[in-house]
Design a protein around this ligand. Structure first.
Ligand SMILES: [Zn+2]
Length: 237
């Protein structure tokens, strides 16, 4: 287990920049989400008024970072870019989606705490967006996986009210997904097909999701459920 405060010394880890803050005096502070180390604020000192790390401190970039932990701060020493997702930066809805996923991760992932499952889910989401998978399906899948990693994701297979396996249609409530007999009149309903799509989006392995999601027909189902899931983060606080 990696401690919250790293012992003084040198470290290397692969990961991605979630957030960047520029300061004229101190250079950049970057929130880097790294393997084994989790998300940590890292100071990237200026060199001759130029940013010597180039694109490696841009959000959405994945790199191998060399770090030095002083008694007070974690410093970035070197960065070797592994993947910059440049094609994604030119694609409007995919780029906006990636930015939302990064913002959510920066806000909700516990700082300085190993979270390799979530880091892997973020990488996969970026690969899916670059491959042209629909942004709404990628976002729904990622948000659900994020909640699931914390044990908070609602089940799309078991009724949150009576515990029965859901067959046929269902309804989304604040407490989770309800089967047809527990669903009240006012709840937004989901057809069996919509429910199946949500279950597939959460359960398919990455390589199968890449193919399956491209065949999805456009509907508001995913966006409605992204909103529903987003409220779980607020409830957590
Ligand atoms: Zn029920």
């Amino acid at each position: 287990m990696i401690p919250l405060h790293l012992p003084q010394g040198y470290y290397t880890a692969t990961g991605t920049v979630l957030l960047r803050r520029d300061s004229a005096k101190e250079g950049q502070s970057v929130l880097i989400f790294m393997r084994e180390l989790g998300p940590r604020w890292v100071t990237a000192p200026r060199a001759n008024a130029k940013n010597r790390f180039g694109g490696a401190t841009e959000p959405l970039t994945w790199a191998r970072y060399s770090l030095y932990q002083s008694p007070s701060r974690l410093y970035l020493q070197e960065a070797e870019v592994k993947e910059d997702f440049i094609p994604l930066r030119a694609a409007g809805s995919s780029l906006l989606c990636a930015a939302r996923l990064y913002k959510l991760t920066a806000r909700e992932a516990p700082a300085a705490c190993e979270n390799d499952v979530l880091l892997r889910a973020l990488w996969n989401a970026m690969v899916q967006l670059r491959a042209g998978c629909p942004a709404y399906a990628v976002e729904f899948r990622f948000v659900w996986k994020f909640l699931n990693s914390m044990g908070l994701a609602p089940s799309y297979a078991i009724c949150a009210s009576c515990g029965a396996r859901i067959t046929g249609s269902a309804a989304a409530a604040k407490e989770g997904i309800f089967c047809a007999s527990c669903a009240g009149e006012a709840l937004p309903k989901m057809s069996a097909k919509e429910l199946y799509e949500l279950r597939a989006a959460t359960g398919l392995p990455h390589d199968k999701f890449l193919i399956w999601s491209k065949g999805l027909e456009k509907s508001d189902n995913f966006n409605r459920n992204i909103k529903l899931l987003s409220s779980y983060f607020a409830n957590m606080r």
